[in-house]
Design a binder for this molecule. Sequence first.
Ligand code: GDP
Ligand code: IMO
Ligand code: MG
Length: 429
Amino acid sequence: MPVIAVIGAQWGDEGKGKIVDMLAEKVQMVVRFSGGDNAGHTVVNQYGEFGLHLVPSGIFSPRATCLIANGAVIKPDVLLKEIDLIKNRGVDTSRLFISDRANVIMPYHILFDGLEEEVRGGKAIGTTRKGIGPAYSDKVARMGIRVGDLLDKDGFLDRLRGILKYKNDILTKIFNVNALSLYEVYSEYCAYGEQLAPYVRDGVTMLEAALDRNEWVLMEGAQGTLLDPDFGTYPFTTSSSPMAGGACTGAGLGPTRMTHVLGIFKAYCTRVGGGPMVTELKDETGNAIRERGHEYGTTTGRARRCGWFDAVVARYTNRINGFTSAAITRLDVLDDLPSLKICTAYKLNGKTITEFPASIAALEKCQPIYEDIPGWQSSTNGASRFEDLPENAQRYINRLEQLIGCPVSIISDGMRREQTIHKIQILPD
Ligand code: GDP
Ligand code: IMO
Ligand code: MG
């Protein structure tokens, strides 16, 4: 029962979509276990280029069953549109399923996400405004609507009536905006329920059956570890756990059944939205990385903040996820640079620290301590073995491996599946 969790090891957008699409060719099941349509996973393969938000990136594999599990939050219209789009491009979506336990993003979640960001003013988180925070808050507050609820129309009406009364009170009395109509929300979501019904399953049973058959399962992470509400740069985080532990609770997987945790790192760092990022480059080098790497968000189109590889972060995210190996993506983006830097420690109040601080006030004061690495100024593209990479690129990867503290199994040097070096084989041929 091999289970491989694919986990974002920085602030998201590390290239999880590409890696999952590639590995999914060889597995029987892919499970998306957290987040919602705040995620944007880019996949480039024989069907073309896709920016997936909710559908697992394993959908292109002819033999993988794909499950959107209980830990994800689903905006039904976004999912239905995404399914249509993929179908229209010739992809078989008959192996896609949705857990009846997944929470649903409701219209008031979107409204609250926007209104709460306005209230935060200069301290806005820079959310994707997709209703993610409010939907997860409601889940924990036991005020959520789950996919399964949409299939029981009477029960749904009863539940929605009570919840919407409360939400409308806040909308009208606190935020001074119009109330939502019970009839409209109910009718809209009943229609979604009907359209989603054929996909709805008990996710726990599905996963269990795959494990009993000894099938290979991929757990597809969304976001990145530094966006985790416990371990990330709180409050500048998302609202679900993108970590290996989150894969267990987000899918109903017993922790002892996870056999491999693959940490996905970009060869440098990026971040979208607010919050501290110690190695951020607000200069020509940062701009050069952004332009060469087309570092603009898949979901919101926002420019990503770019910076050097932060090994303080990497050591920390390795420790709290227990990576068994790492994938380094986007190595090619660094091809032109004459020299590179890796942050190995922070300077805080005159002291050198190597642990990632919990407080954002401390992080904002941290100065990066860098190690210089010579660039390779030649193309990494087309290398199919580690030994084919330019010598300085090999040196860079070796140094990252040492600093992260786990072996590098995969090196990615382009968007396409074949632009990948398998330094260590993690799936059988
Ligand atoms: P995800 O959210 O982790 O799936 O990552 P995104 O898809 O949001 O962002 C990663 C971007 O990098 C996408 O545009 C990918 O197509 C692209 N990408 C992935 N791996 C590589 C790589 O090795 N080189 C280059 N140049 N682009 C890559
Ligand atoms: P993938 O899966 C990068 C960021 C947002 C914002 C913060 C909170 O593509 O790696 P939210 O809408 O979740 O409440 O926003 O989290 N964020 C991401 N950044 N990649 C993502 O997903 C992200 N999902 C959320 O930009 O800073
Ligand atoms: Mg993304």
